[in-house]
Design a protein around this ligand. Structure first.
Ligand code: PLP
Length: 236
Protein backbone atom coordinates (compact mmCIF):
# COMPACT_ATOMS: atom_id res chain seq x y z
CA UNK A 1 0.00 0.00 0.00
CA UNK A 2 1.12 3.56 -0.67
CA UNK A 3 1.49 6.22 2.03
CA UNK A 4 -1.68 7.85 0.71
CA UNK A 5 -3.61 4.62 1.23
CA UNK A 6 -2.20 4.21 4.73
CA UNK A 7 -3.16 7.80 5.60
CA UNK A 8 -6.67 7.20 4.32
CA UNK A 9 -6.98 3.95 6.31
CA UNK A 10 -5.73 5.49 9.56
CA UNK A 11 -7.99 8.55 9.17
CA UNK A 12 -10.96 6.24 8.58
CA UNK A 13 -10.05 4.13 11.65
CA UNK A 14 -9.85 7.32 13.71
CA UNK A 15 -13.27 8.34 12.44
CA UNK A 16 -14.76 4.97 13.35
CA UNK A 17 -13.14 4.94 16.80
CA UNK A 18 -14.46 8.44 17.48
CA UNK A 19 -18.00 7.61 16.40
CA UNK A 20 -17.96 4.42 18.47
CA UNK A 21 -16.97 6.48 21.49
CA UNK A 22 -19.74 8.99 20.80
CA UNK A 23 -17.21 11.66 19.86
CA UNK A 24 -16.85 13.91 16.84
CA UNK A 25 -14.06 12.77 14.51
CA UNK A 26 -12.87 16.41 14.10
CA UNK A 27 -11.89 16.41 17.79
CA UNK A 28 -8.99 14.09 17.02
CA UNK A 29 -5.77 15.14 15.31
CA UNK A 30 -3.53 12.64 13.56
CA UNK A 31 0.14 13.43 14.17
CA UNK A 32 2.46 11.53 11.85
CA UNK A 33 5.51 10.29 13.81
CA UNK A 34 8.17 10.93 11.19
CA UNK A 35 11.35 9.75 12.94
CA UNK A 36 13.87 8.23 10.50
CA UNK A 37 11.74 9.23 7.48
CA UNK A 38 13.14 11.30 4.64
CA UNK A 39 11.96 14.76 3.66
CA UNK A 40 10.46 13.26 0.52
CA UNK A 41 8.38 10.78 2.53
CA UNK A 42 7.21 13.62 4.78
CA UNK A 43 6.12 15.63 1.73
CA UNK A 44 4.20 12.60 0.42
CA UNK A 45 2.42 12.22 3.75
CA UNK A 46 1.45 15.91 3.75
CA UNK A 47 0.22 15.63 0.16
CA UNK A 48 -1.91 12.69 1.34
CA UNK A 49 -3.60 14.74 4.06
CA UNK A 50 -1.28 14.76 7.09
CA UNK A 51 -1.57 18.12 8.86
CA UNK A 52 0.76 17.55 11.83
CA UNK A 53 4.23 15.98 11.81
CA UNK A 54 5.89 14.86 15.04
CA UNK A 55 9.69 14.72 15.23
CA UNK A 56 11.78 12.91 17.85
CA UNK A 57 15.27 14.09 17.16
CA UNK A 58 16.61 17.62 17.06
CA UNK A 59 18.95 16.81 14.16
CA UNK A 60 16.17 15.42 12.00
CA UNK A 61 13.95 18.38 12.85
CA UNK A 62 16.68 20.82 11.80
CA UNK A 63 17.40 18.96 8.56
CA UNK A 64 13.73 18.77 7.56
CA UNK A 65 13.10 22.41 8.46
CA UNK A 66 16.04 23.42 6.35
CA UNK A 67 14.74 21.59 3.30
CA UNK A 68 11.21 22.88 3.82
CA UNK A 69 9.79 19.38 4.19
CA UNK A 70 6.92 20.42 6.46
CA UNK A 71 5.30 22.95 4.12
CA UNK A 72 1.54 22.69 4.58
CA UNK A 73 1.70 21.06 8.02
CA UNK A 74 2.40 21.90 11.65
CA UNK A 75 5.47 20.46 13.35
CA UNK A 76 5.48 19.05 16.87
CA UNK A 77 8.44 17.85 18.90
CA UNK A 78 7.52 14.49 20.47
CA UNK A 79 10.88 13.00 21.51
CA UNK A 80 12.96 13.39 24.63
CA UNK A 81 14.35 16.93 24.73
CA UNK A 82 17.66 17.72 26.38
CA UNK A 83 17.89 21.08 28.09
CA UNK A 84 20.98 22.03 26.08
CA UNK A 85 19.02 21.64 22.83
CA UNK A 86 16.01 23.85 23.53
CA UNK A 87 17.38 26.60 21.28
CA UNK A 88 16.98 24.30 18.30
CA UNK A 89 13.35 23.57 19.12
CA UNK A 90 11.69 26.52 20.86
CA UNK A 91 10.01 28.82 18.35
CA UNK A 92 10.52 26.32 15.56
CA UNK A 93 7.72 23.92 16.46
CA UNK A 94 4.04 24.49 17.16
CA UNK A 95 3.95 22.20 20.20
CA UNK A 96 6.51 20.44 22.42
CA UNK A 97 4.95 17.22 23.80
CA UNK A 98 7.74 16.07 26.05
CA UNK A 99 8.29 18.58 28.86
CA UNK A 100 9.08 16.50 31.93
CA UNK A 101 11.20 18.49 34.36
CA UNK A 102 11.39 21.87 36.01
CA UNK A 103 14.83 22.38 34.51
CA UNK A 104 13.57 21.81 30.98
CA UNK A 105 10.50 23.96 31.58
CA UNK A 106 12.69 26.84 32.80
CA UNK A 107 15.01 26.50 29.81
CA UNK A 108 12.04 26.64 27.40
CA UNK A 109 10.60 29.66 29.20
CA UNK A 110 13.97 31.45 29.04
CA UNK A 111 14.45 30.80 25.33
CA UNK A 112 10.85 31.74 24.49
CA UNK A 113 11.25 34.97 26.45
CA UNK A 114 14.42 35.75 24.56
CA UNK A 115 12.59 35.22 21.26
CA UNK A 116 9.55 37.16 22.56
CA UNK A 117 7.19 34.31 21.72
CA UNK A 118 4.82 32.03 23.61
CA UNK A 119 5.73 28.36 23.27
CA UNK A 120 2.91 25.81 23.51
CA UNK A 121 3.82 22.73 25.53
CA UNK A 122 2.46 19.48 26.93
CA UNK A 123 3.71 17.80 30.09
CA UNK A 124 4.79 14.20 29.53
CA UNK A 125 3.72 11.82 32.28
CA UNK A 126 5.49 8.56 33.17
CA UNK A 127 2.33 6.62 34.04
CA UNK A 128 3.85 3.28 35.00
CA UNK A 129 6.89 4.62 36.84
CA UNK A 130 9.25 3.09 34.27
CA UNK A 131 12.86 3.95 35.09
CA UNK A 132 14.00 3.74 31.49
CA UNK A 133 11.53 6.33 30.23
CA UNK A 134 11.11 10.05 30.27
CA UNK A 135 8.10 11.74 31.74
CA UNK A 136 7.31 13.38 35.07
CA UNK A 137 5.99 11.09 37.81
CA UNK A 138 2.31 11.30 38.66
CA UNK A 139 3.30 12.66 42.07
CA UNK A 140 5.35 15.52 40.64
CA UNK A 141 2.85 16.47 37.92
CA UNK A 142 0.67 18.94 39.88
CA UNK A 143 3.66 21.05 40.98
CA UNK A 144 5.04 21.19 37.44
CA UNK A 145 1.62 22.16 36.05
CA UNK A 146 1.32 24.82 38.75
CA UNK A 147 4.73 26.20 37.80
CA UNK A 148 3.66 26.73 34.19
CA UNK A 149 1.15 29.31 35.45
CA UNK A 150 4.00 31.52 36.61
CA UNK A 151 5.68 31.49 33.22
CA UNK A 152 4.58 34.14 30.77
CA UNK A 153 6.18 32.63 27.68
CA UNK A 154 4.97 29.06 27.89
CA UNK A 155 1.38 27.94 27.53
CA UNK A 156 0.36 24.57 28.93
CA UNK A 157 -1.95 22.91 26.41
CA UNK A 158 -2.28 19.41 27.88
CA UNK A 159 -0.65 16.11 28.70
CA UNK A 160 1.18 13.37 26.82
CA UNK A 161 2.17 9.80 27.72
CA UNK A 162 3.80 6.75 26.21
CA UNK A 163 2.46 3.73 28.13
CA UNK A 164 4.56 0.57 28.61
CA UNK A 165 4.94 -1.72 25.60
CA UNK A 166 1.88 -3.95 25.71
CA UNK A 167 1.53 -7.61 24.85
CA UNK A 168 -2.20 -7.75 24.26
CA UNK A 169 -4.79 -5.54 22.61
CA UNK A 170 -6.47 -3.45 25.26
CA UNK A 171 -3.62 -3.61 27.80
CA UNK A 172 -3.06 0.14 27.63
CA UNK A 173 -6.62 1.30 28.14
CA UNK A 174 -6.03 1.59 31.89
CA UNK A 175 -3.15 3.99 31.23
CA UNK A 176 -5.13 6.06 28.75
CA UNK A 177 -7.98 6.27 31.22
CA UNK A 178 -5.53 7.34 33.94
CA UNK A 179 -4.00 10.08 31.77
CA UNK A 180 -7.46 11.38 30.91
CA UNK A 181 -8.32 11.58 34.60
CA UNK A 182 -5.08 13.45 35.35
CA UNK A 183 -5.87 15.86 32.51
CA UNK A 184 -9.30 16.61 33.95
CA UNK A 185 -7.87 17.00 37.47
CA UNK A 186 -5.13 19.37 36.35
CA UNK A 187 -7.53 21.44 34.27
CA UNK A 188 -10.03 21.81 37.10
CA UNK A 189 -7.95 21.85 40.29
CA UNK A 190 -4.59 23.33 39.31
CA UNK A 191 -5.58 25.63 36.50
CA UNK A 192 -9.09 26.52 37.77
CA UNK A 193 -10.41 26.00 34.24
CA UNK A 194 -8.65 29.29 33.37
CA UNK A 195 -6.49 27.58 30.85
CA UNK A 196 -6.06 26.62 27.27
CA UNK A 197 -5.84 22.92 27.95
CA UNK A 198 -7.17 21.16 24.86
CA UNK A 199 -4.67 18.43 24.01
CA UNK A 200 -4.48 14.89 25.30
CA UNK A 201 -1.68 13.23 23.31
CA UNK A 202 -1.84 9.44 23.60
CA UNK A 203 -2.08 6.38 21.37
CA UNK A 204 0.31 5.02 18.72
CA UNK A 205 0.01 2.58 15.80
CA UNK A 206 -1.01 -0.41 17.92
CA UNK A 207 -3.49 1.26 20.24
CA UNK A 208 -4.78 4.58 18.90
CA UNK A 209 -8.37 3.33 18.77
CA UNK A 210 -8.23 2.50 22.50
CA UNK A 211 -6.71 5.91 23.21
CA UNK A 212 -9.55 7.62 21.32
CA UNK A 213 -12.08 5.59 23.31
CA UNK A 214 -10.46 7.02 26.46
CA UNK A 215 -10.45 10.63 25.29
CA UNK A 216 -7.31 11.21 23.20
CA UNK A 217 -7.44 14.42 21.14
CA UNK A 218 -4.17 13.70 19.34
CA UNK A 219 -2.71 10.33 18.33
CA UNK A 220 0.92 9.88 17.26
CA UNK A 221 1.17 7.27 14.54
CA UNK A 222 4.33 6.12 12.74
CA UNK A 223 4.45 2.50 11.61
CA UNK A 224 0.81 2.35 10.53
CA UNK A 225 1.48 5.23 8.12
CA UNK A 226 5.03 4.58 6.95
CA UNK A 227 5.56 0.86 7.51
CA UNK A 228 8.45 -0.55 9.55
CA UNK A 229 11.02 2.13 10.25
CA UNK A 230 14.28 2.34 8.34
CA UNK A 231 17.29 2.36 10.68
CA UNK A 232 18.15 5.69 12.32
CA UNK A 233 20.30 7.81 10.05
CA UNK A 234 23.61 8.80 11.55
CA UNK A 235 24.26 12.49 12.11
CA UNK A 236 27.70 13.84 12.78
C1 PLP B 1 7.76 6.62 17.21
C2 PLP B 1 6.82 7.29 18.12
C3 PLP B 1 5.43 7.15 17.95
C4 PLP B 1 4.80 6.28 16.89
O1 PLP B 1 5.07 4.93 17.11
P1 PLP B 1 4.44 3.82 16.13
O2 PLP B 1 4.31 2.63 17.03
O3 PLP B 1 5.41 3.62 15.03
O4 PLP B 1 3.14 4.31 15.68
C5 PLP B 1 4.61 7.87 18.81
N1 PLP B 1 5.10 8.65 19.79
C6 PLP B 1 6.42 8.80 19.98
C7 PLP B 1 6.90 9.69 21.07
C8 PLP B 1 7.32 8.12 19.16
O5 PLP B 1 8.63 8.26 19.38
Amino acid sequence: MSIAEHVETVLENIRQAALQAGRRPEEITLCAATKTQTGQTIRQAIAAGIRVCGENRVQELAAHLEEGAYAGAQVHFIGHLQTNKVKQVVGRVDLIHSVDSERLLRAIQAQAEKLQICQDILLEVNLAGEESKGGVSIGSLPALAELTRKFSHVRLRGLMAIPPISQNQGDNRQYFSKLHQLYVDITEKILDNQSEMDCLSMGMSGDYADAIAEGATLVRVGTALFGPRPPMRAFS
